[in-house]
Design a protein around this ligand. Structure first.
Ligand SMILES: [Cu+2]
Length: 632
């Protein structure tokens, strides 16, 4: 391994991104005028990486050229050459670039009809207007030519430069912008509704008074932290993994193993969608794919020590390609730390003759936050001492709102969250793609249902029930939903590795309460977000199958993604297995969500089942902290 060696899954450095852009621009001068969506490392497939860890580095740059056409360029970083460049059809284009977002805002601000519509509402000072562009696809304005890129813009009025604009939506006003033709094609105006007056600031100076500071909680680890980090490789209590920020998916985990036993090769948010269920003209058309339309990972926050992350923190930076071809560093993009997590296990011998034992649990937290428009999402991965892996999405930020009007808003679809504001019912649905490598080999997928046994002579009192497992062998069989009444779970199994009780080693997928998609399956959002129709899908590994709704979705009407991917109904009975897990929240807004939403949670647990021969934490030493105090 030469001096320049870096692990194939190490995240892209700033200089690698710089190199890639200059290779692209040198090879094709037209890209001097392109705007860029993102760059990503083309990760080697697991089989290749198992054979060799000294591999050439490849990246893809995705963007929009001067003529508003999407493109994707593949570059060999090690050989410093452009390998190929392809056009991306604008019927399913790459994420909006920041240049396009700025352009949409500028064109809307400068549009005479837009200004007239504001004047009708008594608004003259454009400096207090905030314009939020939303994807222009799915329900495309009639004046936008097929194949053109578009945005729809809605507006808000601030009372001062630093105000929370979302307090004052400009009801019923939507600008349609054709990005390819550089013009506003229509100002849709559903009539004047009074702009709400009350401000809704969430900063400390915006509150009438602040409660007293709660007593400080200090988290210190005087002996140092229990984990180590080298580049993006994290080691902790037998766990090993790599973490990175994918421009579309956000925080992704790689090569997760425990005690040198692989569990999965990669996990990341393959897609997400926020469909709105209201009839309000300002919202009914919204069903944004924050990953493939805006680049969830490119919106990753810089985290602040002691505020976002408490305790002894190790941060990883991430580098991204900005729209103008420069490199931007997101400092403190990934937060890594340990947390005490209460009791791991305990038994008090009730006879008082035996042992009273208790052990404490802790977890390693690898997390990030991304802000997309009005919403903020945390991606939190937790690794536990007992082999459990948890993915938790934290949802916060500002809910979508309208100026309330009794003729527009309907009970059941729109909810008053302040005297002047209504917030529409909507969903946040996520899909995590997990490329399994459980116990280093091909895997199987099983479904377990728990069923009561019929009353008969072996079950005369009807007290008995049983767990029935069935092997899902084809893609069509593996499109399933949760069923709490059957305690339904799924298991990833390695049939070639047996545990001490003679069963194959496995990991179980355990959901909390989670919805599926409520949009009609034949509606455009239903087709585009088909991944959210089922809580689990499974496929045999194919490198290019990365996104639950299709990799490029701007202006796309649907038909991509998991329904298309699984259309051949491939065999999955024992294969390099990939599962696609959909979960989320159906959000019925409440006054407590205003002016900023307390964190709501959703996610999934992956739990070892016969992966170990016994409780893997039985060997934890007792750890009673002498520093704890009580009132006694
Ligand atoms: Cu919500």
């Amino acid at each position: 391994m030469g001096q320049n060696y870096c692990h194939p899954l190490r995240t892209l450095s700033a200089s690698e991104i710089c190199d890639a852009v200059s290779i692209l621009k040198k090879s094709n001068k037209e890209h001097e005028n392109s705007s860029f969506s993102y760059i990503y490392l083309e990760e080697p497939e697991k089989k290749l990486l198992k054979e060799n860890t000294n591999l050439e580095r490849f990246v893809k740059i995705v963007g929009v050229d001067q003529k508003s056409n999407g493109f994707e360029a593949e570059i060999n970083l090690s050989k410093k050459e452009l390998l190929k460049e392809e056009k991306i059809s604008n019927k399913a284009g790459p994420t909006y670039t920041l240049a396009e977002i700025f352009k949409a805002i500028e064109l809307t601000m400068g549009d005479k009809n837009y200004q007239k519509a504001l004047e009708k509402r008594g608004i003259k000072d454009l400096s207090l207007i905030q314009i939020d562009p939303w994807p222009g696809g799915v329900f495309v304005n009639k004046n936008i030519k097929n194949g053109n890129r578009a945005l729809k813009a809605i507006s808000f009025l601030k009372d001062s430069e630093k105000d929370n604009a979302y307090a004052r939506p400009i009801q019923g006003l939507i600008a349609h912008i054709d990005l390819t033709e550089n013009r506003v094609v229509e100002i849709e105006d559903h009539g004047v509704v009074k702009v709400p007056e009350a401000h809704a600031r969430y900063d400390k100076d915006g509150q009438e008074s602040l409660r007293e500071n709660p007593k400080e909680i200090v988290i210190t680890q005087p002996e140092g932290v229990g984990f180590s980090v080298e580049d993006n490789l994290i080691s902790w209590e037998g766990w090993q993994l790599r973490a990175s920020i994918d421009p579309i998916e956000g925080l992704a985990l790689h090569q997760v193993s425990l005690n040198e036993r692989p569990i999965f090769y990669r996990a990341g948010l393959s897609d997400m969608v926020v469909p709105y269920g209201s009839s309000d003209p300002l919202h009914w058309w919204k069903a944004v794919h924050d990953g493939t339309e805006y680049g969830f990972g490119t919106m990753t926050n810089s985290l602040t020590l002691g505020c976002d992350c408490l305790g002894e923190i190790h941060y990883l930076d991430a580098h991204k390609l900005a729209f103008d071809g420069s490199v931007e560093t997101i400092e403190n993009a990934i937060c890594i730390h340990e947390e005490d997590y209460g009791v791991q296990w305990k038994h008090n011998d009730s006879t008082q003759m035996g042992y009273n034992e208790v052990r404490r649990s802790r977890r390693l937290v690898v997390s990030s936050f991304a802000t997309i428009g009005n919403y903020d999402y945390g991606i939190f991965w937790y690794l536990y001492l007992d082999g459990t892996i948890q993915l938790e999405i934290k949802l916060t930020g500002v809910v979508g709102i309208s100026a309330y009007h009794e003729d527009i808003h309907k009970s059941g679809q729109d909810f008053k969250i302040s005297p002047e504001l209504a917030s529409p019912i909507h969903q946040h649905l996520f899909n995590v793609r997990i490329d399994w490598d459980l116990d280093d080999g091909d895997n199987q997928l099983f479904e377990t249902n728990v069923e009561p046994l019929p009353i008969n002579n072996v079950n005369p009192e009807g007290t008995q029930f049983q767990a029935i497992s069935s092997h899902l062998t084809k893609e069509s069989e593996a499109q399933r939903n949760i069923a709490p009444e059957k305690s339904r779970t799924w298991k990833i199994v390695n049939p070639n590795k047996l545990n001490k009780v003679g069963s194959p080693t496995s990991y179980k997928i355990l959901y909390g309460n989670t919805p599926t998609l409520l949009s009609n399956p034949d509606s455009p959002p239903g087709k585009r977000a088909a991944f959210a129709k089922h809580n689990i899908w499974a496929t045999p590994f194919q490198n290019e199958e990365r996104s639950g709704g299709g990799r490029h979705t701007v202006m796309h009407s649907g038909e991509g993604g998991l329904e298309e991917i699984t259309a051949k109904d491939r065999n999955i009975s024992e294969c390099d297995l990939v599962t696609w897990l959909s979960f989320g929240v159906t959000h019925i807004p409440r006054p407590e969500d205003w002016p900023v939403m307390p964190v709501e949670y959703c996610g999934v647990h992956l739990i070892p089942v016969g992966f170990f021969d016994q409780n893997p934490t039985i060997n934890l030493p007792p750890s009673c902290s002498s520093k704890s105090k009580s009132n006694k």
